[in-house]
Ligand binder design. Structure first.
Ligand SMILES: Nc1nc2c(ncn2[C@@H]2O[C@H](COP(=O)(O)OP(=O)(O)OP(=O)(O)O)[C@@H](O)[C@H]2O)c(=O)[nH]1
Ligand SMILES: [Mg+2]
Length: 346
């Protein structure tokens, strides 16, 4: 999954990037666009690895793209370059400054920044949609296409992010590929001073985040970045001192999976134990295609064991002997933690 870190100058994006990736990119002012990848920790993969002793173990991955803010302008906003960078990301993470940054003028105002970001994205999308609509009308495109763009336009004019429109109402296949920002899942990270890091989100800020169909998370990125750079043993201790049970990365991943409605299924064997990320509601046929297109094309059946069942019996043969192996067809909806073997023929 590709997540773009966006936000206004000095909001702490690079610090969040360091927190998530454990890297040590210089913070403070601008810099280059950076990419970093993290493994999605999963205890189930560790447990399966102990049983199968595979040559390779593969976790799910999230890649972060850190986009520098727009400096030097009197108005707080996103740069055209910044907007361009985030268009090809699958999800956006907006970092809001809610700490005193001595390099910036004035007091932090995360609500104002959230509203400005929202407005900027609405206008950027409206520009694209209106162009498409004009062209579709000129070229006398079919009525469905025109209606789709009109629906998008009407929502944007009412300042409603497109992500709020449920799937059956908006034909997303027609707006895909145009880099529409308000249709991207949005995670809002409220970046706070140490003392307020663990306070819950409340009030208008919380309400607006929900109204935009986004998920919110609070943290103190500068402290968490320091912790992320430590040995795993020390990390727990420092987190406990802050009154936190989990690292920012774990909390972030959990929110992201929830927001995007993602689940994991596993493939196991002597060669590799591997986690695959899919949307909840994906059927076995399409999940097989995630592993390899041949598996989707030649799909015969999926042999499925839920992770917990597998752990109860301890081996695939024991699961089979107990009659607990599920044999499923194309339309089976894959569940989180399913261990899948796809039988296929091409
Ligand atoms: N007190 C405090 N300072 C922070 C926090 N997060 C970042 N900072 C500081 O704020 C300054 C800016 O942080 P960056 O991470 O570089 O911000 P940025 O959003 O990447 O900035 P640009 O890329 O220039 O737009 C740095 O001096 C950080 O150390 C935080 O949670 N609390
Ligand atoms: Mg930066």
């Amino acid at each position: 999954m590709k997540i773009g870190l966006v936000g206004f100058a000095g909001s702490g994006k690079t610090t969040v990037f360091n927190t998530m990736t454990g890297l040590d990119v210089p913070v403070g002012y601008g810099g280059d666009v950076r990419l970093g990848t993290v493994r999605v920790p999963d205890k189930r993969i560790d447990a399966l690895t102990k049983i199968f002793l595979p040559k390779k173990r593969t976790y799910a991955e999230i890649s972060f793209c850190d986009v520098p803010g727009e400096h030097g302008s009197h108005k707080r906003g996103l740069s055209p370059r910044g907007l361009q960078q985030i268009r090809d990301q699958e999800a956006l993470c907006l970092v809001l400054q809610d700490f005193n940054n001595p390099a910036l003028e004035g007091a932090p105002d995360p609500l104002l920044d959230l509203e400005s970001f929202h407005t900027e994205c609405i206008f950027a999308d409206l520009e694209i949609i209106e162009k498409r609509l004009d062209r579709a009308r000129k070229e006398q495109a079919d009525a469905h296409e025109i209606a789709t763009f009109e629906l998008a336009q009407a929502n944007l004019e009412a300042e409603r992010p497109l992500r709020l429109i449920p799937d059956p109402d908006l034909d997303r296949s027609l707006i895909k590929g145009y880099g529409i920002l308000t249709d991207r899942p949005l995670l809002v990270v409220v970046n706070r001073d140490e003392e307020h890091a663990s306070n819950a989100l409340t009030g208008t800020l919380d309400a607006r985040i929900r109204e935009f169909g986004a998920a919110g998370l609070t943290l103190c990125a500068s402290i968490e970045a320091d912790i992320a750079g430590m040995e795993p043993g020390d990390q727990k201790e420092f987190l406990a001192d802050l009154g936190l049970k989990e690292s920012a990365l774990s909390r972030f991943i959990r929110s992201a999976y929830e927001l995007l409605d993602l689940i994991s299924f596993f493939t196991v064997g002597d060669d590799e134990v591997r986690a695959w990320t899919i949307r909840r509601g994906t059927n076995a046929h399409r999940a097989a295609g995630k592993i390899h297109s041949d598996l989707e094309r030649g799909f015969i059946r999926a042999e499925v064991t839920p992770y917990e069942v597998f752990m109860d019996y301890g081996s695939e043969s024991a699961v089979k002997d107990a009659g607990k192996l599920q044999v499923e067809g194309k339309n089976y909806l894959v569940s989180d933690g399913d261990i899948m073997h796809v039988r296929f023929n091409v």
